[in-house]
Design a protein around this ligand. Sequence first.
Ligand code: DSN
Length: 435
Amino acid sequence: MSHLKQADPAIYSALEKEVSRQNEGLELIASENFVSRPVMQAMGSPLTNKYAEGLPGKRYYGGCQFVDIAEDIARDRAKQVFNCEWVNVQPHSGASANAAVYLTLMKPGDVFLGLNLAHGGHLTHGSPVNFSGILYKAEYYGVEPDGPDAGRIDMNKVRDQALKVRPRMISIGASAYSRDFDYAAFRSVADEIGAFLWMDMAHTAGLIAAKIMKDPLPHCHIVSTTTHKTLRGPRGGMLLIGKDGANTMGKVAPKSGRTKNWSELFDSSVFPGMQGGPLMHVIAAKAVAFGEALEPEFITYAKQVISNSKAMANAFVERGYDVVSGGTDNHLSLIDLRNKGITGKDAEIVLGTADITVNKNMVPYDTESPFVTSGIRIGSPAMTTRGMGEDDFRTIVHLIDRVLTNAHNDSVISDVRGAIHELTDRFPLYDFVTA
Ligand code: DSN
């Protein structure tokens, strides 16, 4: 970092402080993780200088022979990781990947059916303030309010809703849903009404790659993801079609006099439909991360993510917290704090003062606004990457509970902050700035 330190002390200083925050604090935001140094090195490389619109071997610029190697490796490794037929590794983000899905499969005004944002869905799955809700007509399914399946999706209700609103596309995937999805049941609903089925696996991609959560690829026509959450790659997006996915979508109407495969249509929705030049440094970093995901250590990590998440959820339940759906199958839990007398917003702030980073989150049937919320979302991937196990996560729940039940007691919060720093000291992270 010596060049940066000398050339731009203001940015260096912000970076140094952020690295200290990451080193010392407890990172429990479910969508965050810590990438390896090789991933960071590929990202911070001269590949950022190269324009490469198009695909490997078919670019609109000269001099692409070496970035082609990187993109081909990224695509080949992604295909191995997810056992899929086709990928496009160029989307700059999950939202860009999702935009390419809409652009390919929907026309403005078409109806689609997705998980309600207030029940764990994502902004790009039909929120009225997002392009997906502005350009298309979003209809929703949700989770059960009460009963034995409280907090879970009831597939009979999804079917009823699909038969009622007749969507052109059904989306699966969530930002705050702690249970696995019944992809076969979703596909059966989609087939019954002739709809496309799209899974946004951004949150669980790493757990799917490790084959410890159900695989959406054999059931869905198209799958999108980010690459930086449980998958532990650089910030970015990707589109995938499973071995059977594209073949079950029927015939594509000829465009420009030639029948195109679905994969070609998705490719052209990414570029030139949604994006200009791909970020070749990020694509190289994706290739590195996919290589890491093919190593046996990745499966150990992914299993530990879920064990830690379950240990954390159980510890919250034991302390009288209302964990939505009663537990978790994946890397996150959603905690409804209404029985604890603190809002999600206040919980996020007070935990932050103890160097514990979480995010406030709407809970299903929330009575607070999205800026206040009644809950927090807590995830295990980042601290699992640092090496923590179930006992550490039980300690974390104990410390979170101390803060939330002593939210106005500065001395308790200061004690907890000290305990957090002792804990994180035992699991070193990055030293390249502070060393
Ligand atoms: N904003 C991400 C999350 O935190 O879940 C999803 O895009």
